[in-house]
Design a protein around this ligand. Sequence first.
Ligand code: 5GP
Ligand code: MN
Length: 343
Amino acid sequence: MILKGFEVLQEFLSSPKNIVIIGHRNPDGDAIGSTLALHFYLKKKKHRTRVLVPNDFPEFLKWLPQSDKILRFDKQNAQSMNALMKSDLVFLLDFNALHRVGSDMGSTLAEYSNDFALIDHHLQPDDFKYMYSDTSISSTCQMVYQFIEMNNDLDLIDERIATCLYTGIMTDTGSFRFRSTTSRTHRILADLIDKGAVNHRIHNNVYDANSYGRLSLLGRALNNLYILQEFSTAFIVISQQDKDECNFEKGDTEGVVNYALSAKDVVFAAIFIEDVEQKIVKISFRSKGTFSVNEFARNYFDGGGHTNAAGGRSEVSLEETVTRFKSLLPNYKTQLLESYNEN
Ligand code: 5GP
Ligand code: MN
């Protein structure tokens, strides 16, 4: 755990400030939940805040309170630049390095002259003036709860904050099943329910809001699932054509990689998603146990993340990417077969 400059930050925040709160590119439930929750909390502390993200986020998060007020750097560039220019401090939530917001916004932030405060649970964070980094915590939303707790402000958590935090913890823990889900996580969730998070409604809004297109794409994904038993590995391939034929919308492939990981005895799963517009193949990796997909994604696919959940990209064709992936597996055979033994 790294806690850097916390008391100085507390002092800095003891009078009203202009604050911008930023989530990563392709924001997920934890990024949107944590940025909105921190925004509501800091507003209660009399600060002026704006939430800013690099690009669009999935429909299944658009019911969250004030999610319609989130600024998008790609669409509302002038407003975003203006908010940044006026700000005294920028919070960076749910990512570990400036490049994770994409190159346009990343280069703007690289020139930012005031200070950054990071709250994040990803491995290998860059250095910022204020930092609260803990890779053992389930989600940035859990960290925002603990940040509020460190400020002795748990009584300020209202229904909106509780709803946002519950959502991010739920999505980042695969609905409370990943290893990072501890008794502490469950105690925090219980408190969030007491403070007004309507848990069945949140699950319904996020998980039972599938469009016909998303379900069709899931059907394709399951048809394109390959299991490589000798490496305890499974992967899914989704082509641009699959996406086009299923009226693809952002967020439609979210979580689909977990179907590959759900195959019996599989400890390493990947999904390869062709993106013709960006000229890349976007990849998600998941693992069970000690096999680090963070290392794998960093070493071969220009990515990173956590030990058991990471992402990356490839700039060669879908077929070549899959061939390359398969060719790497023999080097990891022992590690893969031992990954989920006795832990
Ligand atoms: P997902 O596969 O759901 O997109 O991402 C899984 C985890 O890996 C998330 O915590 C995400 O922040 C991280 N991640 C995804 N893509 C990248 C990437 O290209 N680079 C890095 N460093 N992390 C990524
Ligand atoms: Mn997260």
